[in-house]
Design a protein around this ligand. Structure first.
Ligand SMILES: CC(C)(COP(=O)(O)OP(=O)(O)OC[C@H]1O[C@@H](n2cnc3c(N)ncnc32)[C@H](O)[C@@H]1OP(=O)(O)O)[C@@H](O)C(=O)NCCC(=O)NCCS
Length: 176
């Protein structure tokens, strides 16, 4: 879907931001559930398409001034909440469902809410797994797999992601 199609679909959402939102390249939006988008959303759908899904009964919330880079996949099967001023690096996946059971005894919940705080930077090629909360201002280094909650104001990296160091974040500082 090109710019016009994506913009058309996004405009049909419950809340769409202002006219400054920039959507470029290919963006596939599969909206069966709810999607709410804040103002000044940027999506770069080239050279890799971006896919944003909210399945029936699911809830996807994207805050203000969020930047979604090429090849990102976001799929809400239950609930994904992305805060304000969040940057999501190329080819990162944020899926709140495992989709498949491990074996015949696996009766666990497939879908678990993902929460990404304000001012978070997620690097390229990261995977954010179901059930995870990432705290405000934290940074996820490139190629990380986040399988546990991440506190506020830290740099984490690796697969699974581990603490690298704490970050110094002054009051009111916004990631550019
Ligand atoms: C995290 C990052 C910003 C570097 O931060 P930094 O503070 O300069 O970190 P350093 O290079 O000094 O490394 C600090 C430690 O983190 C480790 N580290 C850095 N990047 C890492 C990564 N992606 N995965 C795992 N560990 C990583 C280093 O090996 C080092 O460990 P050590 O102290 O045991 O040697 C950078 O490595 C990164 O991942 N950038 C993301 C780039 C990207 O995805 N851009 C796309 C556009 S959104």
């Amino acid at each position: 879907m090109g710019y016009k199609g994506a913009l058309y679909k996004l405009k049909g959402l419950y809340k769409f931001g202002d006219i400054t939102s920039k959507i470029r390249g290919k963006v596939f939006i599969n909206k069966r559930g709810q999607i709410r988008v804040g103002k000044n959303l940027s999506i770069v759908g080239h050279p890799w398409a971006v896919q944003i899904t909210s399945t029936k009964g699911a809830n996807l919330v994207i805050g203000d001034h969020v930047y979604i880079n090429a090849g990102v996949g976001i799929a809400a099967n239950k609930e994904i909440v992305i805060g304000d001023n969040v940057k999501i690096g190329p080819r990162t996946s944020i899926f709140d469902s495992n989709y498949h059971r491990m074996d015949s005894t696996d009766k666990g919940e497939l879908c678990k809410k993902i929460t990404i705080g304000n001012n978070v930077w997620i690097g390229a090629d990261c995977t954010i797994l179901p059930g995870v909360t990432i705290g405000d201002n934290s940074v996820i280094a490139a190629k990380s797999t986040v399988n546990k909650d991440i506190p506020n104001n830290v740099l984490v990296g690796g697969s699974p992601a581990k603490l690298i160091r704490e970050l110094i974040i002054e009051d009111g500082w916004v990631r550019d």
